[in-house]
Design a protein around this ligand. Sequence first.
Ligand code: PLP
Length: 408
Amino acid sequence: MPVEKTPASRSRRSFLQLSAAAAAATTVGFRIVTEPMLAHAASAPYPYPKDAVLINANENPLGPCGVACDAVNGVASQGGRYSDWMTGDLIKVFASAEGIKPEYVRAFAGSSGPLHYSVLAFTSPAKSYVTAEPGYEAGAHAAKISGARVVKVPLTSTYAHDVKAMLAAAPDAGVFYICTPNNPTGTLTSHSDIEFLLANKPKDSILLVDEAYIHFADATSALDLVKADKDLIVLRTFSKIYGMAGLRCGFAIGRPDLLEKMGAFSGWSAMPITAVAAAAASLKDPRLVPDRKHINTTVREATFEWLAKNNYSFVPSQSNCFMLDAKRPAKEVIAAMAAQNVFIGRQWPVWPTHVRITVGTQPEMERFQEAFQRVMTRTAVSPLRPLRPRSESATIHLDGLVIPATRA
Ligand code: PLP
């Protein structure tokens, strides 16, 4: 069974073992790794050139919906107050819509924070972090801070998380991270597989189910398992279908004792009221999710049709991103696309010829198609110099976060 582990030198490991608690207690000193940090590392110059097509960070080109923008404008003048009751009201709106108790929900400025804190709280040098390959990398960066072994398990042939292999690979697991739909593949892991993992996991471990992209897919949420008091935390964000990546709002949903354990690492901080107001308004808009899901599906499927017609291989996705096999070194393709002002997503080392593409608007995807065709038919020339000045490449960008390269 092909299972990859993050290499760690013995001396570094023992240092981490000694300092894990101290490191966890001072996490303010470590940056949380997010998607934009990874995304921009691959290609992006700052600032982006005019008219650039940005399909590199799994953002939503539609941005916040109209009522969310009105809510931001309406609340901005109250920004001098902490306004905690607004966060309480937002939680009540979400909890009531999902049929869950409000004490099972905590709001954060995005879901990157609770992802990071959950890994710190439930992994350690003795409790490993188990994730998919290729998968969203942020949790593995947090695991380095807790000193946990990182166990990467390849996806199945249908690109689901291989829950049996994950169990077999880590009898010492502290956290099983399941991202469904998965970033970067946009593929699903079934509810029954999540139930199987819950039923068979080591006693003190938890599942961290990341549903950042769930609204784009025909998928069953794991929230019913939270309601059933199982050992899992579900993450939701307003950064994707709700188009609020820059406004910052997300939830961790789990049994209060699990949230409390995680909360020991996050501390308590006020939410930005602009984000809270926009999120509450978005949740009350009954057309937002179905309409945006329809738009995304339509554009994605049209893109797939074009790719198939032109004999390009891709992983069929249910999300707002997909993996495209260029059958050439991904870095070369990313650079050649950027030279045409089309910024596509990064590569995962385990799939060195695949690039991740975010689904943009239809006009953006048409520009992507033209540029990609030119690159693949070698009528576009790759740049001779690096896209990013050397000093800036000391950082790694996930989609949304910048971390020092030394933490990669
Ligand atoms: N989880 C996944 C799978 C993501 O792709 C991202 C961002 O792209 C996040 C979590 C974090 O998003 P945010 O902090 O914007 O909520």
